[in-house]
Design a protein around this ligand. Structure first.
Ligand code: EPZ
Length: 421
Protein backbone atom coordinates (compact mmCIF):
# COMPACT_ATOMS: atom_id res chain seq x y z
CA UNK A 1 0.00 0.00 0.00
CA UNK A 2 1.34 3.47 -0.84
CA UNK A 3 0.57 6.97 0.36
CA UNK A 4 1.52 10.41 -0.91
CA UNK A 5 3.34 12.96 1.26
CA UNK A 6 2.99 16.49 -0.09
CA UNK A 7 4.65 19.62 1.24
CA UNK A 8 2.38 22.31 -0.12
CA UNK A 9 2.61 25.92 -1.34
CA UNK A 10 5.36 25.17 -3.85
CA UNK A 11 5.17 27.17 -7.07
CA UNK A 12 5.11 24.96 -10.16
CA UNK A 13 6.77 25.62 -13.49
CA UNK A 14 7.75 23.84 -16.68
CA UNK A 15 6.01 21.49 -19.07
CA UNK A 16 4.45 18.04 -18.80
CA UNK A 17 3.07 15.60 -21.39
CA UNK A 18 -0.43 14.23 -20.91
CA UNK A 19 -0.76 10.42 -20.99
CA UNK A 20 -3.17 8.34 -23.05
CA UNK A 21 -6.84 8.49 -22.09
CA UNK A 22 -8.03 5.81 -19.67
CA UNK A 23 -11.71 5.99 -20.63
CA UNK A 24 -11.11 5.61 -24.36
CA UNK A 25 -8.59 2.79 -23.84
CA UNK A 26 -11.15 0.90 -21.72
CA UNK A 27 -13.53 0.97 -24.70
CA UNK A 28 -10.95 0.33 -27.45
CA UNK A 29 -9.59 -2.80 -25.74
CA UNK A 30 -12.88 -4.79 -25.61
CA UNK A 31 -13.67 -3.66 -29.17
CA UNK A 32 -10.84 -5.95 -30.32
CA UNK A 33 -13.07 -8.91 -29.33
CA UNK A 34 -15.07 -8.15 -32.47
CA UNK A 35 -12.12 -9.24 -34.60
CA UNK A 36 -9.90 -12.32 -34.92
CA UNK A 37 -6.25 -11.41 -35.09
CA UNK A 38 -3.76 -8.96 -33.62
CA UNK A 39 -4.93 -5.41 -32.87
CA UNK A 40 -2.63 -2.57 -31.80
CA UNK A 41 -3.52 0.29 -29.47
CA UNK A 42 -0.74 2.85 -29.06
CA UNK A 43 -0.48 5.52 -26.33
CA UNK A 44 -2.35 3.29 -23.87
CA UNK A 45 -1.91 4.62 -20.31
CA UNK A 46 0.01 2.56 -17.75
CA UNK A 47 -2.78 2.81 -15.16
CA UNK A 48 -4.29 0.04 -13.05
CA UNK A 49 -7.54 0.00 -15.02
CA UNK A 50 -5.59 -0.87 -18.19
CA UNK A 51 -4.04 -3.84 -16.38
CA UNK A 52 -7.44 -4.90 -15.02
CA UNK A 53 -8.84 -4.92 -18.56
CA UNK A 54 -5.75 -6.87 -19.76
CA UNK A 55 -6.43 -9.53 -17.11
CA UNK A 56 -10.09 -9.75 -18.11
CA UNK A 57 -9.35 -10.09 -21.85
CA UNK A 58 -6.67 -12.71 -21.10
CA UNK A 59 -9.30 -14.56 -19.05
CA UNK A 60 -11.36 -14.70 -22.27
CA UNK A 61 -8.38 -16.13 -24.17
CA UNK A 62 -6.81 -13.03 -25.72
CA UNK A 63 -3.03 -12.91 -26.06
CA UNK A 64 -1.78 -9.52 -24.89
CA UNK A 65 1.55 -7.70 -24.71
CA UNK A 66 1.89 -4.17 -23.28
CA UNK A 67 5.24 -2.41 -23.80
CA UNK A 68 6.14 1.24 -24.34
CA UNK A 69 2.49 2.18 -23.95
CA UNK A 70 1.56 -0.08 -26.88
CA UNK A 71 -1.02 -2.85 -26.46
CA UNK A 72 -0.96 -5.79 -28.88
CA UNK A 73 -4.17 -7.76 -28.43
CA UNK A 74 -4.49 -11.10 -30.27
CA UNK A 75 -8.12 -12.20 -30.33
CA UNK A 76 -7.72 -15.15 -32.69
CA UNK A 77 -8.25 -17.66 -29.89
CA UNK A 78 -11.06 -16.42 -27.64
CA UNK A 79 -11.98 -19.46 -25.57
CA UNK A 80 -14.41 -18.04 -23.02
CA UNK A 81 -17.28 -15.56 -22.98
CA UNK A 82 -17.47 -15.30 -19.19
CA UNK A 83 -16.37 -12.10 -17.40
CA UNK A 84 -16.05 -13.18 -13.78
CA UNK A 85 -16.98 -11.19 -10.70
CA UNK A 86 -13.40 -10.87 -9.46
CA UNK A 87 -12.55 -8.67 -12.44
CA UNK A 88 -15.83 -6.83 -12.86
CA UNK A 89 -16.08 -5.88 -9.17
CA UNK A 90 -12.79 -3.98 -9.55
CA UNK A 91 -13.82 -2.05 -12.58
CA UNK A 92 -17.27 -1.22 -13.89
CA UNK A 93 -15.91 -0.72 -17.40
CA UNK A 94 -15.53 -4.52 -17.60
CA UNK A 95 -19.19 -4.52 -18.65
CA UNK A 96 -17.91 -3.23 -22.01
CA UNK A 97 -17.17 -6.84 -23.02
CA UNK A 98 -20.91 -7.61 -23.11
CA UNK A 99 -21.67 -6.04 -26.50
CA UNK A 100 -18.70 -7.42 -28.45
CA UNK A 101 -18.96 -10.95 -27.00
CA UNK A 102 -22.68 -11.07 -27.77
CA UNK A 103 -22.14 -9.76 -31.30
CA UNK A 104 -19.21 -12.04 -32.13
CA UNK A 105 -20.03 -15.20 -30.18
CA UNK A 106 -23.80 -14.96 -29.58
CA UNK A 107 -23.29 -15.44 -25.85
CA UNK A 108 -21.90 -13.52 -22.90
CA UNK A 109 -21.94 -14.11 -19.14
CA UNK A 110 -20.84 -10.93 -17.43
CA UNK A 111 -20.93 -10.24 -13.72
CA UNK A 112 -23.16 -7.36 -12.69
CA UNK A 113 -20.80 -4.49 -11.78
CA UNK A 114 -20.35 -4.08 -8.04
CA UNK A 115 -20.89 -0.85 -6.18
CA UNK A 116 -18.84 2.31 -6.45
CA UNK A 117 -17.99 4.83 -3.77
CA UNK A 118 -20.89 6.75 -5.27
CA UNK A 119 -23.77 5.78 -7.44
CA UNK A 120 -26.00 3.89 -8.03
CA UNK A 121 -24.48 3.07 -11.34
CA UNK A 122 -27.01 0.73 -12.95
CA UNK A 123 -26.55 -0.99 -16.32
CA UNK A 124 -30.22 -1.08 -17.32
CA UNK A 125 -29.57 0.99 -20.44
CA UNK A 126 -26.89 -1.47 -21.58
CA UNK A 127 -29.26 -4.44 -21.13
CA UNK A 128 -32.23 -2.74 -22.77
CA UNK A 129 -30.05 -1.98 -25.81
CA UNK A 130 -28.98 -5.63 -26.07
CA UNK A 131 -32.62 -6.75 -25.82
CA UNK A 132 -33.62 -4.27 -28.54
CA UNK A 133 -31.01 -5.96 -30.75
CA UNK A 134 -32.67 -9.33 -30.11
CA UNK A 135 -30.66 -10.70 -27.20
CA UNK A 136 -32.26 -12.73 -24.45
CA UNK A 137 -31.05 -11.35 -21.11
CA UNK A 138 -31.34 -13.09 -17.77
CA UNK A 139 -29.87 -12.09 -14.42
CA UNK A 140 -28.77 -15.09 -12.39
CA UNK A 141 -26.49 -15.30 -9.38
CA UNK A 142 -25.21 -11.77 -9.87
CA UNK A 143 -24.44 -12.42 -13.53
CA UNK A 144 -25.90 -11.03 -16.75
CA UNK A 145 -26.50 -14.02 -19.05
CA UNK A 146 -27.01 -12.87 -22.63
CA UNK A 147 -27.88 -15.08 -25.58
CA UNK A 148 -28.38 -14.06 -29.19
CA UNK A 149 -27.80 -16.49 -32.06
CA UNK A 150 -27.72 -13.44 -34.33
CA UNK A 151 -28.33 -9.85 -33.30
CA UNK A 152 -30.68 -7.88 -35.53
CA UNK A 153 -30.54 -4.16 -36.26
CA UNK A 154 -33.00 -2.05 -34.23
CA UNK A 155 -33.89 1.50 -33.23
CA UNK A 156 -32.34 2.30 -29.84
CA UNK A 157 -33.15 5.54 -28.05
CA UNK A 158 -31.41 6.27 -24.75
CA UNK A 159 -33.69 8.09 -22.29
CA UNK A 160 -30.53 9.50 -20.71
CA UNK A 161 -27.18 9.95 -22.35
CA UNK A 162 -24.87 7.13 -21.27
CA UNK A 163 -21.22 6.77 -22.30
CA UNK A 164 -21.02 3.06 -21.47
CA UNK A 165 -24.39 2.07 -22.84
CA UNK A 166 -23.63 3.89 -26.10
CA UNK A 167 -20.32 2.06 -26.34
CA UNK A 168 -21.87 -1.33 -25.67
CA UNK A 169 -24.75 -0.75 -28.09
CA UNK A 170 -22.28 0.34 -30.79
CA UNK A 171 -20.07 -2.70 -30.34
CA UNK A 172 -23.10 -4.98 -30.57
CA UNK A 173 -24.73 -3.25 -33.55
CA UNK A 174 -21.68 -3.31 -35.85
CA UNK A 175 -22.08 -7.09 -36.40
CA UNK A 176 -25.89 -7.21 -36.13
CA UNK A 177 -27.90 -8.13 -39.22
CA UNK A 178 -29.40 -4.98 -40.76
CA UNK A 179 -29.51 -1.36 -39.71
CA UNK A 180 -29.36 0.06 -36.19
CA UNK A 181 -30.23 3.65 -35.36
CA UNK A 182 -29.03 4.93 -32.00
CA UNK A 183 -30.54 8.24 -30.87
CA UNK A 184 -29.42 10.31 -27.87
CA UNK A 185 -26.03 8.60 -28.22
CA UNK A 186 -23.23 9.93 -26.03
CA UNK A 187 -20.73 12.14 -27.88
CA UNK A 188 -17.90 12.13 -25.34
CA UNK A 189 -14.51 12.12 -27.18
CA UNK A 190 -13.89 8.58 -25.92
CA UNK A 191 -17.03 7.35 -27.68
CA UNK A 192 -16.16 9.22 -30.89
CA UNK A 193 -12.74 7.59 -30.72
CA UNK A 194 -14.38 4.16 -30.35
CA UNK A 195 -16.53 4.91 -33.41
CA UNK A 196 -13.39 5.76 -35.38
CA UNK A 197 -11.69 2.55 -34.26
CA UNK A 198 -14.70 0.43 -35.22
CA UNK A 199 -14.77 2.05 -38.67
CA UNK A 200 -11.06 1.29 -39.07
CA UNK A 201 -11.98 -2.37 -38.38
CA UNK A 202 -14.48 -2.25 -41.24
CA UNK A 203 -17.64 -1.18 -39.40
CA UNK A 204 -20.19 0.99 -41.20
CA UNK A 205 -21.18 3.90 -38.95
CA UNK A 206 -22.80 7.17 -40.05
CA UNK A 207 -23.15 10.21 -37.80
CA UNK A 208 -19.80 9.83 -36.06
CA UNK A 209 -19.50 12.44 -33.32
CA UNK A 210 -23.21 13.17 -33.29
CA UNK A 211 -26.07 12.06 -31.05
CA UNK A 212 -27.64 10.04 -33.88
CA UNK A 213 -25.73 7.03 -35.17
CA UNK A 214 -26.75 4.82 -38.10
CA UNK A 215 -24.94 1.49 -38.12
CA UNK A 216 -25.10 -0.93 -41.06
CA UNK A 217 -24.23 -4.36 -39.68
CA UNK A 218 -21.42 -6.24 -41.47
CA UNK A 219 -20.52 -9.94 -41.38
CA UNK A 220 -17.12 -9.52 -39.85
CA UNK A 221 -14.54 -6.98 -38.74
CA UNK A 222 -10.78 -7.17 -39.17
CA UNK A 223 -8.01 -6.28 -36.67
CA UNK A 224 -6.87 -2.65 -36.72
CA UNK A 225 -4.39 -0.26 -35.15
CA UNK A 226 -5.14 3.03 -33.41
CA UNK A 227 -3.30 5.82 -31.59
CA UNK A 228 -5.23 6.45 -28.36
CA UNK A 229 -6.19 10.08 -27.62
CA UNK A 230 -4.62 11.81 -24.61
CA UNK A 231 -6.59 12.01 -21.39
CA UNK A 232 -8.83 15.09 -21.15
CA UNK A 233 -9.43 14.55 -17.43
CA UNK A 234 -5.72 14.31 -16.63
CA UNK A 235 -5.13 17.43 -18.75
CA UNK A 236 -7.89 19.31 -16.91
CA UNK A 237 -6.63 18.09 -13.52
CA UNK A 238 -3.11 19.37 -14.24
CA UNK A 239 -4.43 22.74 -15.41
CA UNK A 240 -6.13 23.06 -12.02
CA UNK A 241 -2.83 22.10 -10.36
CA UNK A 242 -1.33 25.15 -12.10
CA UNK A 243 -4.26 27.36 -11.06
CA UNK A 244 -4.52 26.29 -7.39
CA UNK A 245 -0.76 26.80 -6.86
CA UNK A 246 -0.87 30.14 -8.71
CA UNK A 247 1.81 29.01 -11.13
CA UNK A 248 2.56 29.18 -14.81
CA UNK A 249 2.80 25.73 -16.39
CA UNK A 250 2.44 24.18 -19.84
CA UNK A 251 0.80 20.88 -20.71
CA UNK A 252 1.50 19.06 -23.97
CA UNK A 253 -2.10 18.47 -24.95
CA UNK A 254 -3.33 19.12 -28.51
CA UNK A 255 -7.07 18.62 -27.91
CA UNK A 256 -8.10 21.88 -26.25
CA UNK A 257 -11.50 21.39 -27.95
CA UNK A 258 -12.08 18.33 -25.73
CA UNK A 259 -11.83 20.46 -22.57
CA UNK A 260 -13.44 23.72 -23.71
CA UNK A 261 -15.89 23.75 -20.77
CA UNK A 262 -13.07 23.43 -18.24
CA UNK A 263 -10.96 26.07 -19.99
CA UNK A 264 -13.88 28.52 -20.01
CA UNK A 265 -14.52 27.99 -16.29
CA UNK A 266 -10.82 28.39 -15.48
CA UNK A 267 -10.78 31.66 -17.40
CA UNK A 268 -13.92 32.80 -15.51
CA UNK A 269 -12.04 32.10 -12.28
CA UNK A 270 -9.36 34.56 -13.38
CA UNK A 271 -6.55 32.56 -15.02
CA UNK A 272 -5.11 33.13 -18.47
CA UNK A 273 -4.83 30.12 -20.80
CA UNK A 274 -2.93 30.22 -24.09
CA UNK A 275 -3.14 27.57 -26.78
CA UNK A 276 -0.22 27.17 -29.18
CA UNK A 277 1.57 24.34 -31.01
CA UNK A 278 -0.46 21.57 -29.42
CA UNK A 279 0.21 22.89 -25.94
CA UNK A 280 -1.80 24.75 -23.32
CA UNK A 281 -0.11 27.25 -21.01
CA UNK A 282 -1.91 28.40 -17.88
CA UNK A 283 -0.68 31.54 -16.13
CA UNK A 284 -2.08 31.96 -12.63
CA UNK A 285 0.88 33.76 -11.04
CA UNK A 286 -1.12 36.87 -10.13
CA UNK A 287 -4.35 35.01 -9.59
CA UNK A 288 -7.00 35.98 -7.05
CA UNK A 289 -9.29 32.98 -7.50
CA UNK A 290 -12.79 34.21 -8.39
CA UNK A 291 -15.63 32.06 -7.00
CA UNK A 292 -17.05 30.32 -10.08
CA UNK A 293 -20.13 28.08 -10.06
CA UNK A 294 -20.11 24.83 -12.02
CA UNK A 295 -22.90 22.45 -13.02
CA UNK A 296 -21.83 19.18 -14.57
CA UNK A 297 -23.48 17.83 -17.69
CA UNK A 298 -22.80 15.44 -20.53
CA UNK A 299 -20.22 16.42 -23.15
CA UNK A 300 -19.48 19.11 -24.20
CA UNK A 301 -20.58 20.39 -20.77
CA UNK A 302 -18.43 20.47 -17.65
CA UNK A 303 -17.47 16.82 -16.94
CA UNK A 304 -18.58 15.12 -13.73
CA UNK A 305 -15.08 13.60 -13.66
CA UNK A 306 -13.77 17.11 -12.95
CA UNK A 307 -16.33 18.02 -10.26
CA UNK A 308 -14.19 16.98 -7.28
CA UNK A 309 -11.11 18.72 -8.66
CA UNK A 310 -13.07 21.94 -9.23
CA UNK A 311 -14.43 21.76 -5.68
CA UNK A 312 -10.85 21.59 -4.35
CA UNK A 313 -9.91 24.63 -6.43
CA UNK A 314 -12.90 26.68 -5.20
CA UNK A 315 -11.98 26.11 -1.53
CA UNK A 316 -9.49 28.98 -1.91
CA UNK A 317 -11.73 31.31 -3.96
CA UNK A 318 -12.64 34.87 -2.90
CA UNK A 319 -16.27 34.02 -2.25
CA UNK A 320 -18.87 31.28 -2.21
CA UNK A 321 -19.41 28.95 -5.17
CA UNK A 322 -21.97 26.26 -5.88
CA UNK A 323 -20.86 23.08 -7.59
CA UNK A 324 -23.73 20.89 -8.77
CA UNK A 325 -23.38 17.37 -10.15
CA UNK A 326 -26.31 16.41 -12.37
CA UNK A 327 -24.73 13.18 -13.57
CA UNK A 328 -23.98 11.54 -10.21
CA UNK A 329 -26.07 13.11 -7.46
CA UNK A 330 -23.92 11.86 -4.58
CA UNK A 331 -20.37 12.13 -5.90
CA UNK A 332 -19.15 14.11 -2.87
CA UNK A 333 -17.04 11.69 -0.81
CA UNK A 334 -14.12 14.12 -1.22
CA UNK A 335 -15.91 16.87 0.75
CA UNK A 336 -15.31 15.60 4.32
CA UNK A 337 -11.67 15.00 3.46
CA UNK A 338 -11.25 18.50 1.97
CA UNK A 339 -12.87 19.94 5.10
CA UNK A 340 -10.17 18.17 7.14
CA UNK A 341 -7.71 20.37 5.28
CA UNK A 342 -9.57 23.47 6.46
CA UNK A 343 -12.02 23.90 3.61
CA UNK A 344 -15.54 25.11 4.34
CA UNK A 345 -17.87 23.02 2.18
CA UNK A 346 -21.43 21.98 2.80
CA UNK A 347 -23.21 19.37 0.66
CA UNK A 348 -26.86 20.10 -0.06
CA UNK A 349 -28.58 17.47 -2.23
CA UNK A 350 -26.42 17.22 -5.35
CA UNK A 351 -24.52 20.45 -4.75
CA UNK A 352 -21.43 21.42 -2.81
CA UNK A 353 -21.62 24.93 -1.40
CA UNK A 354 -17.99 26.04 -1.09
CA UNK A 355 -17.18 29.06 1.07
CA UNK A 356 -13.69 30.21 0.07
CA UNK A 357 -11.14 30.25 2.91
CA UNK A 358 -7.85 32.09 3.14
CA UNK A 359 -5.77 28.96 3.45
CA UNK A 360 -5.77 25.20 3.66
CA UNK A 361 -3.64 23.43 6.25
CA UNK A 362 -1.96 20.10 5.64
CA UNK A 363 -3.39 17.01 7.34
CA UNK A 364 -3.74 13.26 6.90
CA UNK A 365 -6.59 12.47 4.50
CA UNK A 366 -7.97 9.40 2.78
CA UNK A 367 -8.80 8.72 -0.85
CA UNK A 368 -12.23 7.26 -1.45
CA UNK A 369 -12.36 7.03 -5.25
CA UNK A 370 -10.38 8.02 -8.32
CA UNK A 371 -11.37 11.65 -8.83
CA UNK A 372 -11.80 12.36 -5.10
CA UNK A 373 -8.14 11.36 -4.72
CA UNK A 374 -7.16 13.83 -7.42
CA UNK A 375 -8.99 16.60 -5.55
CA UNK A 376 -7.01 15.79 -2.38
CA UNK A 377 -3.71 15.99 -4.29
CA UNK A 378 -4.69 19.40 -5.67
CA UNK A 379 -5.66 20.65 -2.21
CA UNK A 380 -2.42 19.25 -0.75
CA UNK A 381 -0.37 21.15 -3.33
CA UNK A 382 -1.99 24.41 -2.12
CA UNK A 383 -2.14 23.66 1.61
CA UNK A 384 0.36 25.04 4.12
CA UNK A 385 2.47 22.28 5.63
CA UNK A 386 2.37 18.57 5.00
CA UNK A 387 -0.55 16.56 3.64
CA UNK A 388 -0.56 12.77 3.67
CA UNK A 389 -2.99 11.03 1.32
CA UNK A 390 -3.79 7.39 2.09
CA UNK A 391 -5.22 4.70 -0.22
CA UNK A 392 -3.80 6.19 -3.38
CA UNK A 393 -4.47 2.93 -5.18
CA UNK A 394 -7.69 4.73 -6.12
CA UNK A 395 -5.62 7.37 -7.89
CA UNK A 396 -3.44 4.81 -9.63
CA UNK A 397 -6.53 3.45 -11.40
CA UNK A 398 -6.72 6.45 -13.67
CA UNK A 399 -3.63 8.65 -13.40
CA UNK A 400 -0.29 7.44 -14.74
CA UNK A 401 2.28 8.21 -12.04
CA UNK A 402 0.82 11.64 -11.36
CA UNK A 403 3.42 12.24 -8.66
CA UNK A 404 6.20 12.05 -11.28
CA UNK A 405 4.38 14.55 -13.49
CA UNK A 406 3.93 16.91 -10.54
CA UNK A 407 7.56 16.42 -9.38
CA UNK A 408 8.71 17.36 -12.89
CA UNK A 409 6.76 20.62 -12.42
CA UNK A 410 8.46 21.31 -9.10
CA UNK A 411 5.94 19.97 -6.61
CA UNK A 412 7.22 18.44 -3.38
CA UNK A 413 5.27 15.18 -3.53
CA UNK A 414 6.54 11.70 -2.66
CA UNK A 415 5.04 8.22 -2.94
CA UNK A 416 5.98 6.15 0.11
CA UNK A 417 5.00 2.63 1.13
CA UNK A 418 2.83 2.44 4.24
CA UNK A 419 1.11 -0.06 6.49
CA UNK A 420 -1.50 2.60 7.21
CA UNK A 421 -4.85 1.88 5.59
C1 EPZ B 1 -18.24 6.75 -17.96
O1 EPZ B 1 -18.89 5.92 -17.02
C2 EPZ B 1 -16.86 7.00 -17.40
N1 EPZ B 1 -16.13 5.74 -17.27
C3 EPZ B 1 -16.95 7.68 -16.03
O2 EPZ B 1 -15.62 8.00 -15.61
C4 EPZ B 1 -17.75 8.98 -16.17
O3 EPZ B 1 -17.94 9.54 -14.89
C5 EPZ B 1 -19.12 8.69 -16.81
O4 EPZ B 1 -18.93 8.02 -18.07
C6 EPZ B 1 -19.91 9.97 -17.06
O5 EPZ B 1 -19.19 10.79 -17.94
C7 EPZ B 1 -15.59 5.19 -18.38
O6 EPZ B 1 -15.70 5.72 -19.48
C8 EPZ B 1 -14.86 3.90 -18.19
P1 EPZ B 1 -22.66 6.78 -17.92
P2 EPZ B 1 -20.32 5.25 -17.41
O7 EPZ B 1 -23.28 5.50 -18.36
O8 EPZ B 1 -20.32 4.86 -18.83
C9 EPZ B 1 -26.72 6.57 -15.56
C10 EPZ B 1 -13.79 8.11 -14.17
O9 EPZ B 1 -13.67 8.79 -13.15
N2 EPZ B 1 -26.88 5.23 -16.15
O10 EPZ B 1 -22.43 7.84 -18.94
O11 EPZ B 1 -20.60 4.21 -16.39
C11 EPZ B 1 -25.60 6.63 -14.55
O12 EPZ B 1 -26.05 6.20 -13.28
C12 EPZ B 1 -15.11 7.39 -14.44
O13 EPZ B 1 -12.92 7.98 -15.07
C13 EPZ B 1 -28.07 4.55 -15.96
O14 EPZ B 1 -28.99 5.04 -15.29
O15 EPZ B 1 -21.29 6.47 -17.18
C14 EPZ B 1 -25.24 8.09 -14.56
O16 EPZ B 1 -26.13 8.80 -13.73
C15 EPZ B 1 -16.03 7.46 -13.25
N3 EPZ B 1 -28.22 3.31 -16.52
C16 EPZ B 1 -25.47 8.49 -16.02
O17 EPZ B 1 -26.30 7.48 -16.58
C17 EPZ B 1 -27.23 2.74 -17.27
O18 EPZ B 1 -27.43 1.62 -17.78
C18 EPZ B 1 -24.22 8.58 -16.85
O19 EPZ B 1 -23.53 7.37 -16.72
C19 EPZ B 1 -26.03 3.45 -17.45
C20 EPZ B 1 -25.87 4.69 -16.88
Amino acid sequence: MDKFIINGKRKLSGKVKISGAKNSCLALMPATLLTEGTNVIRNAPEVNDTYTMIKLLKELGAGITFENFELQIDTSKITSQVAPYEHVKKMRASVYVLGPLLAKYGYAKVSMPGGCAWGPRPVNLHLEAMEKLGANIEIEGGYIIANAPKLKGANINFDISSVGATGNALMAAVLAKGTTKITNAAIEPEIVHLEEYLVSMGAKIDGIGTNTLIIEGVDELHPAEIENIPDRIEASTLLIAGAITKSKITIEYPFANHIEAVIRKLESSGVVIDKANGELTIDARDLEIRATDVTTSVYPGFPTDMQAQWTAYMTLADGTSTITDNIYLDRFKHVPELNRLGADIEVRNNSAIVKGVKKLTGAKVMSTDLRASASLVLAGLAAEGTTEILRIYHLDRGYQRIEEKLQSLGADIKRVPTEEY
